[in-house]
Design a protein around this ligand. Structure first.
Ligand code: 3H9
Length: 696
């Protein structure tokens, strides 16, 4: 197989890229494209070229696997430049996704046509990069500076219809793309209607104030990420620099960022997200077919889950105990869709179509024919067990049963249903229709095809699924609970919640941990502490401050006060909380210490890494990178650090172990260094090199 083949259709050359799975611009493709340009230039019978791709997509970008290695063959700017300066006009025929370098190649062509369901974008910032083959200079010349700023700095993809409106695409081709593209090119050649290439156009006039505002917003939202800021600067340079200079600046920034720590971390996550879906033993397992979904519980979680399924095209029946609760749930779903319509994120007709797939009932019997039932009722073992016992009696044989519990024993719930083979945990994160993470919790009894069904459904919902073993808090909440406990120790020893929050937002979290606790509700953590009371090791340090806040009715945002007080939804530090902390410190006779932001961050990271090492050693997570994915996508760990374990490897495990030892000295019993971390540090090894539970 050759990565790039050339054939002729009369006076038109067809250049076809075939480099599965996503036609990434590997060395063979770049070399092949360059040869095609030269061959076409030398063939007097060819008037123009159509560039298209085999398989499921147009070129999805540079080959990420080549980054960090010596790049063989011509570089991509040379290829784009060769196409753009060829005397023979080229047309890119786009299907699937034209992303990054793929779109840059298309921008080098005279025209772009696309299948109606194609998507286009420059997602480089998501890999810690900026486009490196002309994207930041060519795109503004076509779509204008404002749109280019938005697209390049966000990395978002747009649909073909929007690309058409922006003139990024010259025509949408219904039906056969190849034939349509050839006809389009012939027509333009016959008419002699050859437009200037992107490179030959000036940047259209723009509104200085609007552009400055956009750029300021990009800088503000970057939160430690370098790439969006650099991407914006590079796009802005297109307005002031001649093309050649703009291109040179772009390339220099791209090459610098490609070797940066942030880009390495984001590449790690890119592959980690894809690796997470690969579960040993499931390679050849066929998932069960899911056509109709039932959701039990129309509270915040239940409605979010219902929306996630409706968005993915599933008909959903939602079950609540009373007509009033059902009406409230339906209203919440309708409100969510109206909000999207109002903000222009969803068409009215599409919102109506999604709502039309929703049914509500107070009779669980209505789920008798459902293929998958997701339970999202009150987090209580007795309530859930009774429900599953009932479902076990009424669901059709082969239906998949899932609990959305965040802490409870999934195996016990599975036993309650009497169908442990059909049972798994689907742990969504709030808001369930927005957050991309889904923990798929397996028990010893679950059938392989049921686990595979969980993963397949997650993919259809657009979620990143991570398989977790059945242990208290699974992966994420288990690490989060340990982390919370360690932060509470700091609190009692002298740090206040607001200083800790400031240190962790400076570290890159979008919200500080205490602000997050307020959002989740302090009663959630209280319930977890109560459950743990029975198994808490004797002598473990226990901080009563959050219990006292709960006793005072300060349950977080929902009660208007928690760690913060809320006025019109705005969080403000509260002296009353500081008084509670001070009083408790005095009662315990704890001397007040002061902590720098660095000390707080090192302590917090040590907590996450230490508990993650235990989660790994116990086999609750399959691999270190799964933990990184969970913490980044479920808990706001800064993506540009790659996740706590990737960061720990980067820092060096001996240094991290030293922080853990210091943390353990603060916590005492129950905070000891994890044996796996100690062992890896002793060997001078890394989590990345760890071969699995058996090798520990
Ligand atoms: C760039 O272009 C820089 C330029 O500006 C400048 C250069 C000078 N490379 O996601 P999937 C693999 S930066 C290598 O499950 P889907 C992926 O690892 C790049 N491999 O499929 C997986 O492999 P495996 C800008 C890649 O259908 C398999 O393909 N481009 C690449 O859900 C299937 O992937 C991007 O950032 C790649 N570029 O989604 C696009 N892409 O089977 C990144 C994918 O071994 N890619 N693979 O696990 C995507 O967004 C999605 O993969 C895509 C398909 C939407 C294309």
């Amino acid at each position: 197989m050759t990565a790039v083949s050339l054939e002729q259709d009369g006076d038109i050359a067809i250049v076809r890229v075939d480099n599965p799975p996503v036609n990434a611009l590997s060395a063979a493709v770049r070399t092949g494209l360059l040869e095609a340009v030269r061959t076409i230039e030398g063939n007097g019978r060819i008037e123009g070229a159509v560039l298209l791709c085999a398989g499921r997509t147009f070129m999805a970008g540079a080959d990420v696997r080549e980054f960090g290695k010596e790049l063989p063959g011509p570089d991509l700017p040379t290829v784009v430049q060769a196409i753009a300066s060829s005397p023979k006009p080229w047309l890119a025929a786009i299907h699937g996704t034209a992303l990054g370098g793929g779109l840059e190649v298309a921008l080098g062509c005279h025209w772009r046509v696309a299948a109606p369901d194609a998507r286009l974008g420059l997602p480089e910032v998501k890999l810690g990069l900026i486009p490196g083959a002309g994207g930041t200079q060519l795109l503004p010349r076509i779509v204008g500076l404002e749109r280019a700023l938005d697209l390049v700095a966000s990395g978002r993809q747009i649909e073909a219809a929007e690309a058409r409106e922006l003139d990024l695409v010259d025509a949408l081709i219904e039906g056969d793309l190849r034939e349509g593209a050839i006809a389009f090119l012939r027509e333009r050649l016959a008419a002699g209607a050859i437009p200037p290439r992107a490179a030959e156009r000036p940047v259209p006039p723009f509104d200085q104030t609007a552009v400055a505002k956009l750029a300021a917003g990009i800088r503000r939202r970057a939160r430690g990420l370098e790439a969006p800021v650099q991407a914006a600067e590079s796009v802005l340079a297109a307005a002031t620099l001649p093309l050649a200079e703009g291109l040179a600046c772009e390339r220099a920034t791209f090459l610098r960022l490609r070797e940066s720590a942030q880009a390495k971390a984001l590449r790690h996550l890119f592959f980690a997200e894809r690796e997470a879906a690969k579960v040993p033993g499931l390679e050849a397992v066929v998932p069960r077919e899911i056509r109709h979904v039932g959701v039990i519980g129309a509270g915040t979680m239940g409605t979010g889950i219902a929306i996630a399924f409706l968005d993915a095209g599933y008909p959903v029946t939602i079950v609540e105990t009373s007509a009033e609760a059902l009406a409230r749930g339906r209203a919440r779903i309708e409100e969510a869709y109206q909000g999207l319509v109002k903000r222009g994120r969803l068409g009215q007709a599409e919102a109506a179509a999604r709502l039309a797939r929703l049914e509500g009932t107070s009779e669980p019997e209505a789920l008798a024919a459902a293929d998958l039932v997701v339970e999202a009722v009150f987090e209580d073992m007795a309530v859930k067990s009774a429900l599953f016992a009932h479902l076990g009696r009424i669901l059709r044989p082969g239906a998949v049963i899932a609990t959305n519990t965040s802490y409870l024993d999934v195996a016990a719930l599975a036993r309650a249903s009497s169908r442990p083979r059909d049972f798994l945990g689907l742990h969504f994160f709030a808001p369930a229709n927005v957050m991309r993470l889904l923990e798929v919790v397996r028990t010893d009894k679950v059938a392989p095809e049921v686990l595979a069904t969980g993963l397949a459904v997650a993919r259809k919902l657009g979620k990143i699924a991570v398989v977790a073993g059945n242990g208290d808090g699974f992966i994420g909440n288990r690490i989060w609970a340990f982390y919370r406990r360690q932060l509470e120790y700091l609190l009692e020893d002298g740090a206040d919640p607001y200083t800790i929050d400031a240190a962790m937002t400076a570290y890159g979290f979008p919200m500080g941990p205490f602000a997050v606790f307020d959002l989740s509700g302090l009663d959630i953590a209280l319930a977890q502490r109560k459950r743990r009371a029975a198994t808490r090791p004797a002598g473990e340090r226990y901080v009563r401050i959050p219990d006292i806040l709960c006793e005072l009715g300060r349950l977080g945002r929902k009660t208007g006060a928690g760690w913060y007080r809320y006025t019109d939804g705005r969080a403000e530090p509260d002296p009353a909380v500081l008084e509670v902390i001070a009083a408790e410190r005095t009662r315990r006779g704890t001397p007040q210490q002061s902590f720098t932001a660095e000390a707080i961050q090192a302590h917090a990271r040590a907590a996450m890494v230490n508990e993650a090492a235990r989660v790994l050693a116990e086999g609750i997570a399959l691999r270190p990178s799964d933990i990184d994915v969970v913490l980044v996508h479920g808990y706001g760990f800064p993506s540009w650090r790659g996740g706590p374990l990737f960061e720990a490897d980067t820092i060096g495990l001996d240094r991290v172990l030293a922080d853990v030892v210091a943390m353990a000295a603060v916590g005492g019993v129950g905070s000891e260094p994890a044996p796996l971390l100690v062992e890896l540090a002793r060997r001078g090894s890394t989590f990345g090199a760890w071969a699995g539970k058996e090798s520990a």
